[in-house]
Design a protein around this ligand. Structure first.
Ligand code: C2E
Ligand code: MG
Ligand code: MG
Length: 408
């Protein structure tokens, strides 16, 4: 079997699809990314391969002949370690999403959906490789497949760091704080976005170490940020998966004390990409954080699992409306209804409401008129490294804030 230069076996991918053409397309995309590809045309054939060898990734077609893809997902959920799963299907979107939710509930927490006909660029990105939008699906192979070993190396070498994006008070135009967003500085590839590593780190259990590093590094900046804005609040993203760790509140407290930062200057944004496994533990952790004075936001509200049931059971202090509702709310009346409804709901729960993804002035004005408290988006600033963010805050106070208020 061919090995790479380090002598390691290439990652193995099983493509389970009864359509020969689809198998060929998926197999070719994976092979270009360095996968060893095994084909299965039925659930029985796939089960046979699973019994004989380990696969890093499995692409599962939902309509797989007599026995369907759900049965295969059930078999995959029994494997240890559980491979990464991509569910591909031409079924209606709601069926595909329900199948992925089934996979999550069965313990395949990293499962993702890809609609058919397959978008090769999207599939390649999911398989762990950045694709240039100009090369008609030809991967540029700038990123190797994301593996636990690669992430562990990044953690050991201290390559994860935060960038900061301002959160603006929409009524006054003042900076209210910022969100710290993780980046991975690979020595040869430059800054890698969280879309390329967070889901993998969640699936491998490494996201806790990344979060600790982002927390300490960004909390260390708060004293400088507060020189520009005295009541500055720093937000840090925390995967819902980490809320099973009962030591989290004490650990956060210790980092705050060590840096001399008040708990009121910190807010944790809970990103719930998979269903919360243990609601009692998560509530325990969130309540204790709130008692200490740390704020807690429900991130990407309205998408995935960030929804009404989470609102009802958790003591959130802030609601962040997902950017998928905000970006086109001026042209799509249905989206605007969701935005307005979310603002009203958030205020019912006495939460601050934040709109993410504000890219133009007209949207900012509409959200301010709708009573949204805070805004975040490229209109104000892209995420910036620490020093650039400090400089941006100085400029904003002198220039942009005046312009925003003049336009209101
Ligand atoms: P998020 O927490 O919802 O963060 C907002 C994302 O939207 C950021 O992407 C930001 O760069 C992007 N964004 C902000 N304004 C605009 C805009 O006006 N238009 C558009 N199109 N995009 C905008 P980023 O930095 O790539 O982060 C993506 C997601 O990765 C975050 O979504 C968050 O869920 C996750 N993430 C980031 N850092 C961490 C982390 O330290 N831990 C965990 N668990 N997740 C993280
Ligand atoms: Mg966030
Ligand atoms: Mg968000």
């Amino acid at each position: 079997m061919p090995r790479d230069l380090d002598g390691a076996l290439p990652p193995a991918l099983l493509v389970a699809d009864d359509d020969r053409t689809q198998r060929a397309i998926i197999g070719a995309a994976a092979a270009r990314l360095g996968f060893r590809v095994v084909h299965a045309a039925s659930v029985d054939a796939a089960d046979g391969h699973l019994g004989n060898e380990h696969f890093d990734t499995i692409v599962v077609d939902l309509a797989l002949g007599e026995r369907d893809g759900i049965e295969l997902l059930r078999s995959i959920s029994q494997l240890r370690p559980i491979p990464r799963v991509i569910v591909a299907s031409g079924c209606e979107e709601r069926i595909l999403n329900a199948a992925v939710r089934f996979a999550h509930a069965a313990g395949i927490t990293g499962a993702v959906a890809v609609p058919k006909p397959i978008d090769v660029a999207r599939l390649s990105a999911l398989l762990g490789c950045k694709v240039s939008p100009n090369t008609a699906g030809e991967p540029t192979a700038t990123l190797p497949p994301m593996t636990a070993a690669a992430i562990a190396r990044g953690i050991d070498n201290d390559e994860f760091f935060p960038v900061f994006q301002p959160k603006i008070d929409l009524a006054s135009g003042r900076v209210a704080g910022c969100e710290a967003l993780a980046r991975w500085r690979d020595p040869t590839l430059g800054a890698i976005d969280p879309a390329d590593f967070v889901a993998v780190a969640e699936a491998t259990g490494q996201v806790g170490e990344i979060t600790r590093s982002i927390l300490s590094r960004s909390i260390a900046c708060v004293r400088d940020f507060a020189k520009c804005v005295p009541d500055f609040v720093l937000a840090v993203n925390v995967s819902a998966a980490l809320l099973t760790d009962l030591s989290l509140p004490d650990e956060v407290d210790r980092i705050l004390v060590d840096s001399g930062v008040s708990p009121r200057s910190l807010l944790l944004e809970i990103t719930e990409s998979v269903a919360m496994a243990d609601i009692a533990r998560a509530t325990d952790v969130l309540v204790r954080l709130r008692i200490k004075g740390v704020g807690v936001a429900i991130d990407d509200f309205g998408t995935g699992y960030s929804s009404l049931s989470a609102l009802a059971r958790m003591p959130f202090s802030e609601l962040k409306i997902d950017q998928s509702f905000v970006r086109n709310c001026l042209t799509d009346g249905d989206l605007m209804k969701i935005v307005r409804g979310s603002i009203a709901l958030g205020h019912e729960f006495r939460m601050k409401v934040v709109a993410e993804g504000i890219e133009d002035e007209a949207t900012r004005q509409a959200l301010a008129s709708a009573g949204c408290d805070l805004g975040q988006g490229f209109l104000f600033s892209a995420p910036l490294p620490r020093d650039a963010f400090l400089a941006w805050m100085g400029d904003w106070a002198a220039r942009d804030r005046g312009r925003v208020l003049a336009a209101t």
